[in-house]
Design a protein around this ligand. Structure first.
Ligand code: GDP
Length: 492
């Protein structure tokens, strides 16, 4: 996600690193690089100006210039400003009426129909079965596409064969939902290749007649500033409650994502990160800022992991963990799920310190990750039932036997057992925690990945020598001297 923006920002921060003497000039150079990476990412010029205004003011302050690690200070400032730019946002949707209507609109091809399915899947996780309404009568395939999605998910789809008027389809669908006590209705409305009067009038009529509780605009995140302009036009006509930005998994540069809230005042509430129905995430500015800065997003990672196991299996696992009975059979079942193509790559992108998906995804694509997962499953399969339940009995001889059976080196068996132990420890440690506690724990883990007060992850151990207290004092004095000099020069 946003590889080149990430690289650009990283370059800017790196330019400040290891500078024995940090001057205002060095910092200004670094800030120029931050500005350039935002412009290259197609962020709206107004947004760049206002963003850089706030960042510059703070970055040139005494606290930053005098600090020993100015690049970390700058990461912290950029992080805070990104969060402000993207939020605040409340992604919760209230369903307090008998029938709650969500209307999706957007240009053709933005991902509306797919997003209907994704939202339905998200609601199913909350035990709500929505009714999907095929009100896109412009694109002939849209009705059929929605029926296919409905069938896949097991949710009802309302359509009227031959009806030309989408307003009628929507009002009839809502009446049917009322009659059938269906709590949520999602309207898939028509889009055009570009905004036109007729489309807007049609949407306004649906809005007036059906009075949806939520009007969400689906925006293709790859289309940059065009997307932001169209969002403005839709908002003027319909008063949007939120934006769902799709296709952020592709070559999206990040411009639309970073601009839309500032330009239109409408917050992003969900993001689409793939074609699959699971690929819809609740938007969290903190998580996104963190991902942009290459610090991962642990909460999104937990959510992805939760999607892998259904509720029944979660309950079974929870019980197994509480009783300390998490076995290699459970581990095997996880491995099998993780072998889904592309999944590992996505999860890696959410880990702190694994930000640069450009290189990493290339590596992952080349390195047949799902093949490795399958090999692990093969190793577990060549263990006896007793070994799978209690792997501590696996000694050197048994290891050799298992490796031979699976056609791998004994080291692969050792690595697998180590991974299993690690996972068991983490999972057992979290057993018994409620959902909120787990979230808190994950948040702690996430902030633990950063230096206190700052935003930089502890990706790897520093190879640079630490300063002694005496050296540190000397460096601080030196910086204070520089700052005085700078101020003097400014006055001149
Ligand atoms: P509509 O015309 O607005 O209803 O758009 P569709 O739902 O038919 O989507 C258009 C294309 O975008 C389809 O090929 C979808 O599979 C694809 N698509 C939708 N959302 C995403 C996403 O988040 N990521 C990716 N990569 N593709 C998406």
């Amino acid at each position: 996600m946003f590889d080149s923006l990430q690289d650009g920002l990283k370059g800017a921060f790196k330019s400040l690193r290891g500078k024995g003497k940090l001057t205002e000039g060095n910092m200004r150079d670094g800030l120029k690089m931050v500005e350039q990476s935002l412009l290259d990412a197609d962020v709206s010029i107004d947004v760049v100006r206002s963003f850089m205004g706030s960042v510059t003011e703070q970055a040139l302050g005494e606290k930053v210039l005098l600090s020993l690690k100015p690049e970390e200070q700058l990461v912290g400032i950029v992080n805070e400003e990104l969060i402000k730019l993207l939020g605040p946002v409340d992604s919760s949707i209230e369903f307090n009426k008998d029938v709650n209507i969500i209307m999706l609109c957007g240009l053709q091809g933005s991902g509306k129909t797919t997003t209907c399915g994704k939202l339905a899947k998200l609601l199913q996780r909350e035990n709500i079965t929505p009714m999907l309404v095929a009100a896109d009568l412009q694109r002939p395939a849209a009705i059929q596409q929605l029926h296919v999605l409905g069938e896949e998910l097991g949710v009802p789809v309302y359509s009227e064969q031959g009806e030309q008027d989408p307003v009628k389809v929507c009002t009839n669908a809502v009446a049917k939902a009322k009659a059938e006590n269906c709590k949520v209705v999602i309207l898939d409305t028509a889009g055009r290749l570009a905004i036109d009067e007729e489309l807007m009038e049609q949407l306004k009529t649906i809005d007036r007649k059906v009075q949806p509780d939520q009007v969400m605009l689906v925006v293709d995140g790859m289309t940059g500033q065009d997307a932001v302009r169209s969002a403005g036009a839709f908002h003027e006509a319909l008063e949007l409650n939120g934006v769902i930005m799709t296709k952020l998994d592709g070559d999206a540069r990040g411009g639309a994502l970073l601009s839309v809230k500032h330009v239109t005042g409408v917050p992003i509430r969900f993001i689409g990160t793939g074609e699959h129905l699971d690929n819809l995430e609740v938007f969290r500015p903190e998580g996104m800022a963190s991902r942009i800065l290459g610090m991962g997003d642990m909460l999104a990672l937990v959510d992805e992991a939760n999607k892998l196991v259904d509720e029944k299996e979660q309950a079974r696992l929870q019980e197994a963990m509480e009783k300390g009975r998490f076995t290699l059979n459970d581990f095997r079942s996880h491995m099998e799920k993780m072998a889904k193509p592309g999944l590992m790559q996505k999860m890696m992108g959410l880990l702190p310190g694994m930000p640069n998906m450009g290189e990493i995804s290339k590596m992952m694509n080349n390195s047949d990750t799902s093949g490795q997962m399958k090999r692990m499953v093969g190793v577990i399969d060549s263990m006896t039932a007793a070994e799978r339940i209690d792997p501590s009995v696996v000694d050197v001889r048994r290891k050799q036997r298992i490796a031979k059976g699976a056609g791998v080196e004994p080291k692969v068996v050792s690595d697998l057992l180590k991974n299993f132990d690690m996972m068991k420890n983490v999972m057992t440690g979290m057993a018994g925690m409620g959902a909120t506690e787990k979230m808190q724990k994950m948040q702690e883990l996430q902030s633990g990945a950063m230096n206190p007060g700052m935003g930089m992850p502890k990706m790897k151990k520093s190879t640079g020598k630490r300063l002694t207290p005496k050296q540190r004092k000397k460096a601080q004095k030196e910086r204070a001297k520089q700052l005085k000099l700078m101020k003097k020069n400014k006055k001149k």
